[in-house]
Design a protein around this ligand. Structure first.
Ligand SMILES: CC(C)(COP(=O)(O)OP(=O)(O)OC[C@H]1O[C@@H](n2cnc3c(N)ncnc32)[C@H](O)[C@@H]1OP(=O)(O)O)[C@@H](O)C(=O)NCCC(=O)NCCS
Length: 185
């Protein structure tokens, strides 16, 4: 993983940093995939308020992780918990995983997935899915980490008709094994 990068549990006081990553990463990831007006209107302040509440309100088995660089700046985040949409045979879900451009391609995404897998196993969830827009090239990352396509669904998002696909891990153990290392605290 990148020099000086640390993964830790998110705190409510991280909300502004998470919101900055959220907005920047959505604007980097989704042009052409979700309506431009939605991306233009994203607000860091509104996102920060939502993240502050979300981090405080996490139920048992749910959680949020942040990645901080050597200057203590949040450069990525990930959230997980019980599945929100029924997918037969799967209990857990990776809800969100976003990195700033500067934090990509250093193995951080892999480590975040591993730590989330470890956490889900600890809370008794042996398997999990992630939902991803079919046209998001990041889906190859999930394939690279051993996820297999298990479901597809049409969604309405900001007035657009989109398609999401779910990747599943029937056994999270191999994914969780990628997580041991000194950077986690
Ligand atoms: C998807 C994302 C989290 C990946 O994180 P990352 O830290 O860059 O990925 P890693 O460096 O851990 O890569 C792990 C492996 O996946 C591969 N990989 C990563 N992104 C990939 C992509 N877009 N296409 C193909 N392979 C990819 C890497 O090459 C690496 O393979 P290796 O084992 O051969 O070295 C990151 O690119 C991101 O934040 N994307 C934008 C937000 C997004 O789309 N999130 C998902 C929403 S569903």
């Amino acid at each position: 993983m990148g020099e000086g990068m640390v993964i830790r549990d998110a705190r409510p006081s991280d909300a502004v940093g998470i919101a900055k990553v959220h907005v920047a990463s959505w604007r980097e990831t989704y042009p052409g995939l979700v309506p431009d007006t939605y991306l233009v209107n994203l607000s860091e302040a509104a996102a920060a308020m939502r993240w502050h509440n979300a981090v405080q309100a996490h139920a048992k088995g749910q959680g949020a992780l942040v990645v901080v660089d050597g200057m203590d700046k949040i450069v990525g985040f990930a959230t997980y918990g019980g599945r929100r949409v029924p997918v037969e045979g799967y209990e857990g879900e990776f809800y969100a995983l976003y990195l700033l451009e500067e934090a990509k391609s250093q193995g951080i995404g892999r480590r975040l997935m591993a730590v989330m897998a470890e956490r889900l196993l600890e809370s008794g969830q042996r398997n999990a899915v992630v939902w991803c827009l079919r046209d998001n090239p990041s889906r190859w990352f999930y394939e690279r980490l051993g996820g297999t396509r298990v479901a597809e669904r049409p969604i309405q998002f900001a007035g657009a008709d989109l398609v999401e696909i779910a990747y599943g891990w029937q056994d999270l153990t191999p994914l969780a094994r990628l997580s041991a290392g000194p950077e986690m605290r």
